[in-house]
Ligand binder design. Sequence first.
Ligand SMILES: NC(=O)C1=CN([C@@H]2O[C@H](COP(=O)(O)OP(=O)(O)OC[C@H]3O[C@@H](n4cnc5c(N)ncnc54)[C@H](OP(=O)(O)O)[C@@H]3O)[C@@H](O)[C@H]2O)C=CC1
Ligand SMILES: Cc1cn([C@H]2C[C@H](O)[C@@H](COP(=O)(O)OP(=O)(O)O[C@H]3O[C@@H](C)C(=O)[C@@H](O)[C@H]3O)O2)c(=O)[nH]c1=O
Length: 286
Amino acid sequence: MGSVLVFGASGQLGQCLAHVAGERKMDELVFLPEAEANILNPAGLRQLFARYQPTYAINCAAYTAVDKAEDEVDLARQVNRDGVANLSTLCAEYDTTLIHVSTDFVFAGTGNQPLLETDETAPISVYGLTKLEGEQVIPAHTSRYFILRTSWLYSEYANNFVKTMLRFGRERDELRVIWDQIGTPTYAIDLAGCILTIIGTQSQQYGTYHYSNEGVTSWYDFAVDIFELSNTTVKTTPIRTAEYPTKATRPAYSVMDKTKAKTQLGVAIPHWRESLKVCISRLPAQ
Ligand SMILES: NC(=O)C1=CN([C@@H]2O[C@H](COP(=O)(O)OP(=O)(O)OC[C@H]3O[C@@H](n4cnc5c(N)ncnc54)[C@H](OP(=O)(O)O)[C@@H]3O)[C@@H](O)[C@H]2O)C=CC1
Ligand SMILES: Cc1cn([C@H]2C[C@H](O)[C@@H](COP(=O)(O)OP(=O)(O)O[C@H]3O[C@@H](C)C(=O)[C@@H](O)[C@H]3O)O2)c(=O)[nH]c1=O
């Protein structure tokens, strides 16, 4: 096995990949934080590809500030589209398989049935639009790619909804959380495991996949379970999206169907509540 370059290594998913690669004793991964590999710098990227001749490139680098993206359209597009194009070009040139991560926010979220990979995309936010544009540039350069669309990532690393809720639970008397946005949380450790399974099995089932944990919930119900599993007592009130105004609009329904990932990649997917228990047990008690 040749080397595996991980871009955006200091973000949440990058750190989860380091965790799982350590557990699986996969020492071919090279973790590249933005300071060592800016995906907007083609010359710097080229030097890395020339030096490592990677078999795989995993792209965890992204502009993920959903509300801020509404005001920083150009920057979001540069990172989420142009950076992906830079990586795809080099992957084609160096015979490198690209594993890229995308989002449920490529969908409008107006339906009520689990979304298939072939369902129509229609993003309703700048973040979602630029992530879709990133998906679309890849096949123009290479056919050896995996695009994994995931949703509601959380883990013990970096900033995420679980850690925000636990902090608010300590700091506030009452929380108001949206209950009319429905989706599935994903433990980023499980997603990292899926990515490393693709590499470990040298899968050639290229294409676009949905990968979240199993099950369905709302942000409100997710918050209630976070508090229950962490023995946190805080009044939590369900509210409608309209009562929590944000700059970006989020999909109302973004549950994804994972049949393709389970059958073609052979990955087992835990239920979100089981994975949440694992994450909470690993977070330091406050
Ligand atoms: N977080 C979530 O809930 C979800 C995330 N996703 C997708 O999953 C992937 C991983 O997300 P996650 O780990 O949570 O996100 P993070 O925001 O935690 O990590 C993204 C990383 O990318 C880095 N980065 C930004 N710009 C560049 C650049 N030009 N060159 C190199 N690195 C850069 C960031 O560095 P810095 O912090 O220094 O800017 C950060 O370390 C992304 O593609 C995201 O779109 C999909 C669904 C849900
Ligand atoms: C903090 C907070 C959030 N919310 C709502 C707002 C929002 O609808 C939802 C989640 O809020 P957050 O800001 O944590 O997460 P958000 O940035 O919307 O999360 C998204 O990030 C991008 C990167 C993705 O790709 C998506 O899959 C999704 O995970 O919870 C409340 O209702 N009450 C609260 O106190």
